[in-house]
Design a protein around this ligand. Sequence first.
Ligand code: IMP
Length: 186
Amino acid sequence: MKIIVATHNAHKLSEMAAILPRGIELVADDPGAEETSDTFEGNALIKARAAAALHPGEWVMADDSGLEVDALGGAPGVRSARYAGEPVSTARNNAKLLSALEGVKNRTARFRCCIAIVSPDGMEHIAEGRCEGSIAAEPSGAEGFGYDPLFVPDGCDKTFAELGPEEKNAISHRGRALAEARRFFE
Ligand code: IMP
């Protein structure tokens, strides 16, 4: 079975490949659709529908994810990738987040991931996962991507960037959304 995945993010693709059932071939094709929704679910559907239009009769999957920080009213949220503006820069995003939280005691946050699946006959399904945690005072670790060096999942004393991919996948928002997607495909 083949699934077209509407992403250009190699980290996301390898996290998906590690969790979905063996025998599923993931083919990346990002149609570059503009993410105009203010919800993760809406943006995942925009991307999945755009890829489905290019690949009629195929299974298509797209995810939208991001970080919600409670003290910032849920920001960066759907703007996580471009929090510090264009061109997209992980270093500037993380620096902006740390400065927005300077002196702030409540550092609770969560990663959220919505996966939209479009079946060959056009049926749509959404899988969602969350991971609760908090924002560290300074970055640690070199694994993963994005805000990983700043995010400490609840019940853990390391950031996502200090965990190996298996440890991260077991508890991450994307791991949980993919586990739900896996149950859907099975
Ligand atoms: P998306 O590609 O539109 O889903 O943008 C998601 C953005 O949220 C990414 O560019 C990262 O900044 C952030 N993000 C989502 N998932 C993760 C994760 O697992 N680790 C770190 N950052 C993430």
